[in-house]
Structures are given as C-alpha cells and as structure tokens.
Design a protein around this ligand. Structure first.
Ligand SMILES: [Zn+2]
Length: 447
C-alpha cells in the first residue's frame, strides 16, 4: 500500500472534485481511496506530498516513437515536404533503431507526467526485423502503459500516393501483419499494460481498400481504430481531387467514424464535420505543438468539445515535435484554443481534462484511467509545485498548466514508481540517451 498525502489533489472526476490538501491511497495496481485531509488508516509506505499536486497520469494519444531518431530535419517544411524528405531516412530503420528511439521517447514522456501512451508505427521496411516487438519491449523496460498501433501504408508514388515504394507494404501483407500483431500482443483483460489498435496511416498513403478492410479487421477483433485525418489544407485538396469530398466525408464513407475510432489532428473541419465527429463519438488526438511546428493550423478544440467529441492530447512524433514532452502540451493546447477563440475558449482545468480523461476516452479506457477515483488503476502524477517556477501561485491546477514544465515528485504506473524526484527509476537516462545518439547517427550516415 502507498499513501500519498499532504498534497493538493485534482481528481478530474465527473464532478471536477479537488482537495486543497488531500490524499490518494494505492493498493497493488489500483486506487483504493481518495479524499480530503490526511489518510486515517494505518500502515503503507507514506509519501509526503507537501508542496505538490496529484493528478491522474497524463495519457498521450498520438506519437511515432521511431521518429525520436530523426529529429530537427526538414525544419521549414509543410507536412508533405517534410514527409518527402523523411521517408527515405525512415526506410533505413530496424529493430535496434526503433528500440533506442522508443526508449528515449518513452523516457521523455514519463519525465513529463505521462503514464499511458499510444504509438502509431506505420513504417515497416522489408528487412527491418521485429519493430513492434522492439517498442513493446522498450515500453515494458521504461514501465509505461502502452497502446501501440499496427500502422500501414500501401499507396506509393506510382499509384498516386506520397510515399516512395521503399516504405509501403502490399495490402494483403499489411492486413495479415496487423492481424498477427493483435494475436501476439493485444491484452483485452482489465488493467492491461499492452493493447493494440489498427492504424492505416493517412488518406494520401493508404488505399480505400486497406482502410475498409482494416476497419473490418479491427471490429472483428474488438480493437480500436486510429489514423491521421484532416491535418493540412493540402490533404483536404488531395481528398477533394481524388475522392471528390472532404477528409471527414471520405472517412465516413469508409466506415471510419464511430466511438471505436480516434483521429490524429482533425485540424481542418467544417461545421458539418465537427457535428459528425460529435454525433458519432469519434475521438480526436489534438497535437498542438506539432501543428505549430509544421504550420498546419489550429484545431477547433472548443467546438469539438461542445459537439461532444472525445478530445485527447498528443505530442505527435518527435520529428515534428522535437521536445516530446506531454506536460507542456497542457499549456500549448490552452494557448492555441485561445488564439482561435479568445481567453475563455479553454480553461486550465479543461486542458488538464484533455490530457487525462479525454485521452482515456480516446483509447477506450475511461473506465480504468483518466481520473483519480477508487477502483481505477493507480496511474498517478505527483507534480512538484513549490520551486521557483510555481511558488506562490495559489491555484495548483493553474500553476501546473500556466506555469513552466513541472518536475515530478513521483510518477506511478499501476502502482509502480517509474519516476521519483525527477529521475527515472526504471531505466538509466544516460544509457538511453547514448544509445539514441548512436542510432540517430547511423540513420543520418548510412553505410
Ligand atoms: Zn502523426
């Protein structure tokens, strides 16, 4: 049993319950008590949270972990130019690169308060080895709850797509490998540490047939669906030209709207599209920093929330969001919403909700993750707010969201300590960084 006490608590439950000073009690991998004041029970390991804020662990809804090894390339490009420059570099990844990059990306996520992350892996070079296995190993080593997706691309330049032949797969082979990944890794049981989703990459790199059959496969297997959609104006032009409709209309035509789907970005939506995402319960992974990095636009987060769509936060791949930290995305999301809709467009508490419960809804885990409530999994971030950056801010949630990136007193995943006093307790940060440096160099300077 672990008793975290003397800290502020933001539960992010349905009523937005908060305690100025409260406690959270963990037994095994579950939360067993949350309340005001000190915990009256005896025993357990006591964690003094004085000067800290306890929140649910953050949930990252979009990433490409392998990209951690290809950062700061194509620095001034829009999405299509950026992809065109990076595809040939990505064609050289293998299991070693993916393990090094994923370890680094996951470690950085943990240090920024993230306890559950997805990953959208869609580049499978022919002789690359066991790429999904490599990143699942990395997640087990770092200690994060992991929802990797088996991505895919089957539409190359010669068929009117964007990627070169070297990074796409045959349609049937991609579907078979996706099925195999579900059989091998997906754990549907309560408290699962690994769940798989199905994730063809984007309208300009995937055939309609792969989109349709991937949706059929996911629904037959009872797993979720993920893809990139409506990220840029260029993608919208592509869809109008090739399919005669908007990206959201295209997705709906293929059976890709619904409560088992979450879409990365969804920046360029008309009113009808916002309404359809809300009505169908389709989730959105909002990636504010990546959208800024690529100059893609500002998503209609306020409108999506008002329409009832689940919205989570994503760091996106590190090749288009080099910082790779989820904590600071709370502030980025709030700022972008306000740039679009004024200073009342998104509150600090709504932003925290996006990063926790919103993400849990996108990943289909709202019953187990996303809030601090008895019975839920013990995925908890205990943020230090008594240092120079936050001292004196009376409202701890505002301190976390408006203030500078906070360090962690403690990060628990399923009751296990992954970060303690700002340091990873599971892997050695210096070893992870050194392996990454080596992998990144090998991708830049191929033999
Ligand atoms: Zn992405």
């Amino acid at each position: 049993m672990i008793v975290i006490e003397h800290c502020a608590v933001a539960t992010v439950d349905g009523a937005g319950t908060e305690f100025e000073e409260g406690h959270v009690v963990v037994q095994g991998d579950r939360i067993v008590a949350v309340g005001p004041g000190t915990y009256q029970g005896a025993g357990g390991t006591r964690v003094d949270g004085t000067g800290c804020l306890a929140t649910p662990g953050l949930v990252n809804t979009h990433h490409h972990l392998y990209q951690w090894a290809t950062r700061a390339l194509a620095q001034q490009e829009i999405l299509f130019g950026w992809l065109t420059e990076l595809y040939p570099v990505w064609a050289r990844i293998d299991a070693g690169t993916v393990h090094a990059a994923a370890s680094a990306g996951l470690a950085q996520l943990a240090l920024s308060g993230c306890t559950t992350t997805t990953d959208h892996h869609y580049v499978f070079p022919r002789d690359g080895g066991d790429l999904l296995g490599a990143e699942i190993d990395a997640a087990a080593e770092v200690g994060l709850r992991f929802h990797p997706t088996r991505g895919s691309m089957d539409l190359s330049v010669k068929d009117g797509g964007l990627p070169p032949d070297s990074v796409v797969e045959d349609t049937d082979a991609a579907l078979a490998a996706t099925k195999a990944a579900i059989d091998r890794f997906h754990d549907p049981s309560p408290g699962a540490m690994v769940r798989i989703a199905v994730a063809p990459c984007s309208p300009f790199s995937v055939t309609p047939r792969l989109m349709r059959e991937a949706a059929d496969l996911a629904r037959a297997e009872g797993v979720r669906l993920h893809t990139h959609l409506a990220e840029t104006v260029e993608e919208e032009s592509y869809c109008r030209e090739v399919h005669g409709c908007t990206p959201v209309e295209y997705a709906e035509r293929l059976g890709w709207l619904g409560p088992d789907v979450w879409l990365a970005h969804a920046v360029h939506l008309d009113d009808g599209a916002v309404a359809r995402l809300g009505a169908t319960g389709t989730g959105v992974a909002h990636c504010p920093s990546s959208n800024g990095r690529l100059g893609a636009g500002i998503a209609r987060v306020r409108d999506l929330l008002d329409a009832g769509a689940p919205v989570g936060l994503g760091v996106d791949g590190a090749a288009s969001q080099e910082a790779g930290q989820l904590g600071p995305e709370l502030r980025q999301a709030m700022y972008l919403a306000r740039l679009r809709g004024g200073p009342a467009a998104l509150t600090a508490r709504e932003s925290l909700m996006l990063g926790t419960m919103g993400g849990a809804r996108c990943l289909g885990r709202a019953d187990e993750l996303g809030s601090l409530e008895p019975g839920k999994l013990a995925d908890i971030a205990l943020w230090r707010l008594d240092g120079l950056g936050h001292a004196g801010i009376a409202d701890p949630v505002a301190a976390l969201v408006f203030g500078p990136p906070a360090t962690l007193r403690l990060l628990l995943v399923g009751g296990r300590a992954v970060v303690q006093d700002g340091v990873l307790s599971t892997v050695d940060e210096a070893v992870v960084a050194a392996a990454l440096t080596k992998s990144a160099r090998s991708l830049r300077e191929p033999r």
